[in-house]
Design a protein around this ligand. Structure first.
Ligand SMILES: [Zn+2]
Ligand SMILES: [Zn+2]
Length: 330
């Protein structure tokens, strides 16, 4: 079968790999769609730890081609949770599966979904409605990460919410916050097309970071950081109101530091909370996408084949694009 391999840092090629075979308890998934994301760019540049050589791709789903697992018939449409945890350590027992010391991920630590087929343990699967268009499968994992952020924010209805960053995570977070009953959802980003997009997806307002600083400082009950760059981590603290929460979803550079104002943390009871991966949220994300309750078609910028992935990842994301999806059979 064909697969996109990261052979050494910055060097990818389409290679032939042996067809995978299901072990007991596993299924082989025919991959129909795999999303590209910022993490893949970080891996390519050596900025995110990964094992080489590697078939990248951690946002994927497809149809079961071979099954050695009860309850998962051949032909079923599924999404795959790429993060595999041990299930028995102290963190797993407490439901913090993303923090499991033995956790590994398809497309990061072991070969992933930028391939025609992949064998995965049945415990990683979520069933999808059979008529879901293939490209939507690539959004289940990012949406599951956003659901973790939503859970940590604890919205109960009527809150003012700011979302910093207009990429796929920001656009999904806008939809989830609006759906959870936020009274006001403001998307903050420099890119005009992304502000326009968010206004069509449930944002009540959209502005640039400078405008937010001038008009909206200390105005939000909840601020979601979805850009992963240092200026937004910094700004998020200034946009949250007294007693507010800052939920961090973007992945910053590993060694980066930003100033913290401990006075505000104490006297304003400001809560700053990290949100990592998709612990136990993948099934809910699969249900939302199966039901068509989250608009991911508007976030699909292009569908490309494996041959185009190398060039695409080597460059910066194109202006105005949100998500590029790969069809490995194209
Ligand atoms: Zn990703
Ligand atoms: Zn564990």
């Amino acid at each position: 079968m064909r697969a996109l391999e990261l052979t050494s840092l910055s060097s990818t090629s389409v290679v032939q790999r042996p067809d995978p075979v299901a072990a007991p308890g596993e299924v082989v998934v025919e991959v129909l769609a795999c999303g590209l994301c910022g993490t893949d760019r970080h891996i390519l540049r050596g900025e995110y730890p990964a094992r080489l050589p590697l078939v990248m791709g951690h946002e994927f789903g497809g149809r079961i081609l071979e099954s050695r697992a009860d309850g998962w018939p051949v032909g079923a449409l599924v999404s795959v949770d790429p993060n595999v945890s041990c299930g028995s350590c102290r963190d797993c027992s407490a439901g913090r599966v993303a923090l499991c010391p033995d956790r590994y991920a398809f497309g990061v630590d072991v070969d992933g979904g930028l391939a025609a087929r992949l064998a995965v343990p049945a415990g990683q699967l979520s069933a999808m409605a059979d008529d879901v268009p293939s490209h939507r499968l690539a959004f289940v994992e990012p949406l599951a990460c956003c659901l973790r952020g939503l859970d940590l924010a604890g919205l109960t209805g009527g809150e003012s919410v700011a979302v910093l960053g207009g990429g796929v995570i920001g656009q999904l977070m806008v939809q989830l916050a609006a759906g959870a009953g936020a009274g006001r959802v403001t998307l903050v980003t420099r890119q005009t097309p992304r502000r326009t997009l968010a206004l069509g997806l449930g944002a009540t307002d959209a502005c640039t970071p400078d405008e937010a600083e001038e008009r909206l400082a200390r105005g939000f009950d909840v601020v979601f950081e979805c850009a992963g760059v240092l200026p937004t981590f910094d700004q998020a603290q200034r946009l949250a109101r007294r007693g507010g929460s800052v939920i961090l979803l973007g992945i910053p550079p590993q060694e980066a530091q930003i100033p913290i104002r401990p006075f505000a943390l104490v006297c304003d009871e400001l809560r700053i909370q990290g949100s990592f991966l998709n612990p136990l949220t993948q099934g809910r994300a699969a249900d939302l996408i199966s039901a068509g309750l989250v608009d991911v078609d508007a976030l699909t910028s292009r569908v490309i084949g494996l041959d185009e992935v190398g060039t695409d990842l080597a460059g910066e994301p194109r202006e105005g694009e949100v998500k590029v999806v790969v069809d490995p059979h194209r």
